[in-house]
Every structure is written in structure tokens, then in C-alpha cells.
Design a protein around this ligand. Structure first.
Ligand SMILES: Nc1nc2c(ncn2[C@@H]2O[C@H](COP(=O)(O)OP(=O)(O)OP(=O)(O)O)[C@@H](O)[C@H]2O)c(=O)[nH]1
Ligand SMILES: [Zn+2]
Length: 358
């Protein structure tokens, strides 16, 4: 059956999860925006305002988030969000440099699109941070170098190559909302699923969102392009249906992207380092001064850059520090659960795509 919510990304696996709520007369919905104790939710009958008060929790990870699938009790003024369907995945960052304070940025996403402005100097360490969060969520990351109209072709080739080296297994696209370059490829990748746009303030997320949405849905403010910096213009996280199906979640610019229990995400960002380490003579090599250390050899001959090695160690340290705080065990459990669901979700999405291709 084709659900009226399919334009928001509803898929058949959700039918099963929703069945018990349907029996109670609740309606399915996707949370499009959260503000205070209210939200805007997409339902089969259009957008409604609903209260999320019934789901208030002391655990920020359980707060209703843009992208959540929900069971809504209609009719009241306002309608009430009664339950959330299990999340396929969640993109979580640590908001604090001093404490362990997880914030869910988006849930139930297929692609995490990391927007990086070419108007400012390329900060690969930051790209690696974003990538760690993205991989950790279980969604597929994608790096989009924005404003490529501002750089000459030979420079662009270098910038792209540097980014690719920092992002193994990740597609790196150069786009320009001004010339339209690269937008067709990006559109093809994100259509049909849910994607979230992440990046610093001024990275060009809203402009990109507008280009993908085909209309000026977001407020885009002209900022000084000279310094490549911007100030917050997007203040809420909004889920918007894409013209080709699926949905896009636009987020406010992030200043800090702290690691939040993202050890496996970090390993994925630096996949070649784990690969190198397998070649060390000692299996418990600390890569400090051991003989036959493949990592040190790679650093010496330049196969592995010092920048990347230091970045890796920094993120691991930060992660270990955070993991030592808070309830690491509970979070690990939660993460395993998301991973399991994410694998199930991927399988069902692939099955669906397979059918569509026939
Ligand atoms: N030259 C050029 N400028 C662009 C492009 N895309 C965006 N910009 C400019 O970059 C600035 C920031 O763009 P926004 O889309 O507001 O950035 P944002 O990431 O949404 O910023 P926040 O909402 O603060 O997070 C604006 O002045 C845009 O006009 C592009 O493709 N080329
Ligand atoms: Zn070693």
C-alpha cells in the first residue's frame, strides 16, 4: 500500500511498527519541526500542530526530534504525540567540551550531507569530526564542498583530493548553488530517502536546501562572503519534502561538534590507519617506537600524513574522555540497537530499490 506519508519517506517496515497504534485509533506522523513543547507534524491529513508534552523525559536522547516517526492522537486542541516509533538511527553530538551532553541532531536518516564551504580555508579536522558523527549514526555520509564557483578548477581538484583523502569510503561532491554545478548528482543521491544537512554556520546549507527543494523555503541571509563566516540564520531543524520524493532536514550551523561515544565512527573515518596497524609486527603495537611499526613507517614515508595521524589520536582521546563520563554502558546498548535497526532498515530500503528498478 502506498501510504499518504510516503512523500515524507514512510516505508513498509513502519507499517508493522505502527500497527499497534493504528489499533488504538492513533494516526501516523513524521515530526517536521520541534519548538518548545510543541511540534509540527506531517500526517496523512496534512501538517498539524501537536503537543509533545506526553513524551517529556529527563533523558535528552529520548526527546522528540525532527525526523521521528510518531503515533499521534488527533482531534484535541492541540493534538498529542503519544509515542515515537523505534528510531532506525540517530545523529548525536556532544554539545559540551566539559561534560558528556548528548544532543540528537536528526533521526531516521539515510544520508548525512556534510556541507563544507570553499569560501573559507578547508578545515579537514572538522570534516573528520563531522564524518565520525555521521558514520557512528549508521547513515551514509557524503561531503559536499559548497560554493565551488569561488575557486578555480586546478584548486578545486586539489581541495577535492585532500578532502577525499580525509574521507575514505565517502563520496565528495563539489557543488555551487549559484551555477548549479553538481546539483544534479546530489539530487539523484538524496532523492527518495531522508537526508540531513550538517555544517558550520555559513557553510551554505540553507542555500543548498533551497536548491534541492526548488523553492525558497528557507530564509537565506546575505553574509559577507569575504571572510567566509556567517551567523546563525537557521534556528530550528526542519524536515521538508523533496520534489523527487524523500525529505531533507536542514539544521542550524553547528559551532561545536563534540564526539559523543563515537569510537567506531572515528575508526571508520580513519579506516586506513586500522589497515596499516594490521601490518605492525606486534599486534598490540602502540605505534610509538616499536620496531616493525607499519604506522610509523607510513608516517616516515609520507603515506600517512602527520595531520591525519594527530587528528585521529585527538578524536580518540576526546572520545575516551567522554566515554569515561556518563553512563557509557547504557549508551553503548542504545547504539547497538540503532545499528541493528539501521542494518534492517538498509536491507528493506535495498529490497525496495531493487523492486523499483524492475
Ligand atoms: N558564491 C557562492 N555563494 C554561496 C553559495 N551558496 C551559498 N552562498 C552564500 O553563502 C552565504 C551563506 O549561505 P547560507 O545558505 O545562509 O549558509 P548556512 O549554512 O545555511 O548558514 P546558517 O543558516 O547560518 O547555518 C550566503 O551569503 C550565500 O549567498 C554558492 O554556491 N556560491
Ligand atoms: Zn605500530
Amino acid at each position: 500500500m502506498n501510504s499518504p506519508l510516503s512523500e515524507y519517506g514512510w516505508h513498509s517496515a513502519l507499517d508493522t511498527a505502527f500497527a499497534r497504534y493504528a489499533a488504538e485509533g492513533l494516526v501516523p506522523a513524521r515530526i517536521a519541526r520541534v519548538y518548545g513543547d510543541r511540534c509540527t507534524a506531517a500526517t496523512p491529513h496534512g501538517l498539524v500542530t501537536a503537543s509533545i508534552a506526553p513524551l517529556s523525559s529527563s533523558d535528552p536522547l529520548k526527546w522528540v526530534c525532527t525526523g521521528d516517526w510518531a503515533a499521534l492522537e488527533p482531534g484535541g486542541d492541540p493534538a498529542l504525540v503519544r509515542a515515537l516509533l523505534p528510531r532506525a538511527n540517530a545523529v548525536v553530538r556532544n554539545t559540551s567540551t566539559r561534560r558528556s551532553e548528548g544532543q540528537v541532531l536528526a533521526v531516521n536518516v539515510d544520508h548525512v550531507v556534510i556541507a563544507v564551504s570553499l569560501a573559507a580555508e578547508l578545515d579537514l579536522g572538522r570534516v573528520e569530526r563531522f564524518l565520525a558523527l555521521a558514520w557512528e549514526s549508521g547513515a551514509q555520509p557524503l561531503v559536499v564542498l559548497t560554493k565551488c564557483d569561488l575557486v578555480a578548477d586546478p584548486d578545486l581538484a586539489h581541495l577535492r583530493a585532500d578532502t577525499e583523502a580525509a574521507a575514505p569510503g565517502v563520496q565528495v561532491l563539489a557543488v555551487s548553488a549559484h551555477t548549479g554545478a553538481g546539483l544534479d548528482v546530489l539530487t539523484a543521491i538524496v532523492s527518495g530517502g531522508t537526508c540531513v544537512l550538517l555544517g558550520q554556520s555559513g557553510a551554505g546549507k540553507s542555500t543548498l536546501a533551497n536548491a534541492l527543494l526548488g523553492t525558497r523555503k528557507q530564509q537565506v541571509r546575505a553574509i559577507r562572503d569575504a571572510d567566509g563566516k556567517g551567523r546563525h540564520t537557521t534556528t530550528t531543524r526542519d524536515l521538508l519534502p523533496l520534489p523527487g520524493g524523500g525529505a531533507l532536514i536542514d539544521t542550524p550551523g553547528l559551532r561545536g561538534v563534540g564526539m559523543w561515544d563515537a569510537e567506531s565512527g572515528v575508526s571508520q573515518v580513519f579506516a586506513e590507519i586500522a589497515e596499516l596497524a594490521r601490518g605492525c609486527r606486534f599486534h598490540d603495537c602502540a605505534h610509538k617506537a616499536e620496531p616493525g611499526c607499519a604506522v610509523l613507517d607510513a608516517l616516515a614515508d609520507g603515506t600517512l600524513t602527520h595531520r591525519r595521524w594527530e587528528s585521529y589520536r585527538k578524536l580518540l582521546r576526546e572520545n575516551a574522555w567522554i566515554a569515561a563520563r556518563g553512563d557509557a554502558r547504557l549508551r553503548a546498548e542504545q547504539r547497538r540497537e540503532w545499528k541493528r535497526r539501521s542494518a534492517l532498515g538498509r536491507a528493506s530500503a535495498e529490497a525496495k530499490r531493487g523492486r523499483a528498478a524492475r
